[in-house]
Design a protein around this ligand. Structure first.
Ligand code: SF4
Ligand code: SF4
Length: 286
C-alpha cells in the first residue's frame, strides 16, 4: 500500500504527519518512508536513522561528435526544453536545461549524438528494525527534481507499507511523487492561504485519479473555511491536530510527535485504519 503525504504549500506540518504515521505503523508492519521532498529532505531529522547507503543520480545529456555532425538542426528542432542549439558550425548543449529525454540522439540522422551522465543528486538509504528511510537529495544549484524522485521510487517494495513525503506545491515534482499512490493525505492549515493551496492540490490528486483525505494542522489558528470546503467537496477530514505550543516545540527540536506525546500513536493508527477503509470502499465501488 502506498500512501503519499502532500500539501499545497510549505510549512503545514506534512513531515510531522508522514514521520508520525510511519513510526506508529513500524511497531507492527514493515514500513518504507520515502522522502521525495528532494530540495529539502528533512524526515531524517525526526527518524534519527543513519543513512549509510548512497547512490548518485545521473541524467543522460547529449554529447555531439562534430566530425559526424552536418549542422542540420534536427536535434534543436525536437528539443522542447531548448537545451540544444545549432549554429552555423557549432552545436551548443545547455546541460542545466536538458531533461535527458533522449529525443535528440534518437532522431539525429548522422548518429552524431551519444549520451553522458550528469550527476543531479543522490539517493540515500538507511533503516532500523521495521523502518527503512529512502531519501532523495537534489545537488546544490540543480533544478530538476523529477529524475531524483524517480530514483527514490525505484526502491518501493510493494510488500511494505510505503509512505511518501511529497514536496510542497502542485508542480511536476509533486505529480512525480504522488502518481501510483493508493491514497493521498493532504495536510493543510485552516487559513485562507491553506484553503487556496488545498483546493489546488485536490485538483491535481483528482486528475491523477487518487483518493484523498485531509489532515488539518494547527486547528484554532483560523476559521472554518477548510472544514466547509471539505464538506462541500465530499473530502473526508481524517485528523485534526490542534494549535499547541508543546507540539510546535517538539517539531522545532526534531522530536517526533508520537514520542513527545505518546497518545498520538493511537490517533495515527486510527488514521491508518480510516485510510484502509476508504481504499477498500473505493475498490468495492470499482
Ligand atoms: S541532429 Fe545530429 S547532425 Fe543534425 S545538427 Fe544535431 S547533432 Fe548535428
Ligand atoms: S536529451 Fe531531450 S532534453 Fe536533452 S537536449 Fe536532447 S532533446 Fe533536449
Amino acid at each position: 500500500m502506498i500512501i503519499s503525504v502532500a500539501s499545497g504549500k510549505g510549512g503545514t506540518g506534512k513531515t510531522l504527519v508522514a514521520s508520525s504515521l510511519a513510526l506508529s505503523l513500524s511497531d507492527d508492519y514493515k514500513v518504507q518512508l520515502l522522502d521525495c521532498d528532494v530540495e529539502e529532505p528533512n524526515v531524517h531529522i525526526f527518524l534519527r536513522l543513519a543513512l549509510d547507503q548512497s547512490q548518485p543520480v545521473y541524467v543522460p545529456i547529449p554529447k555531439v561528435d562534430e566530425t559526424k555532425c552536418t549542422y542540420c538542426g534536427k536535434c534543436a528542432e525536437v528539443c522542447v526544453y531548448n537545451a540544444i542549439a545549432v549554429l552555423k558550425e557549432k552545436v551548443l548543449v545547455f546541460p542545466e536545461l536538458c531533461h535527458g529525454c533522449g529525443a535528440c540522439s534518437y532522431l539525429c540522422p548522422e548518429s552524431a549524438i551519444t549520451e553522458e551522465g550528469r550527476e543531479v543528486g543522490v539517493v540515500e538509504r538507511g533503516g532500523s528494525g521495521n523502518l527503512e528511510l529512502v531519501q532523495g537529495r537534489l545537488a546544490i544549484g540543480e533544478a530538476m527534481a523529477p529524475p531524483v524522485i524517480r530514483e527514490v521510487r525505484k526502491y518501493i517494495d510493494p510488500a511494505n507499507i510505503v509512505i511518501i513525503d511529497v514536496s510542497p506545491g502542485t508542480s511536476c515534482p509533486v505529480v512525480e511523487a504522488v502518481k501510483g499512490s493508493d491514497f493521498c493525505l493532504l495536510v493543510t492549515e485552516p487559513t485562507p492561504f491553506g484553503l487556496n493551496d488545498l483546493s489546488l492540490a485536490v485538483e491535481v490528486v483528482r486528475k491523477l485519479g487518487i483518493s484523498c483525505g485531509v489532515v488539518i494542522n494547527r486547528v484554532g489558528i483560523g476559521g472554518e473555511g477548510v472544514e466547509q470546503y471539505c464538506h462541500r467537496e465530499g473530502i473526508p477530514i481524517l485528523l485534526r491536530i490542534p494549535l499547541d505550543r508543546n507540539i510546535a516545540m517538539l517539531y522545532s527540536q526534531g522530536i517526533p510527535l508520537i514520542e513527545g506525546v505518546p497518545r498520538w500513536r493511537e490517533e495515527f493508527l486510527r488514521l491508518f485504519q480510516d485510510i484502509k477503509d476508504i481504499i477498500a470502499a473505493s475498490w468495492v465501488a470499482k
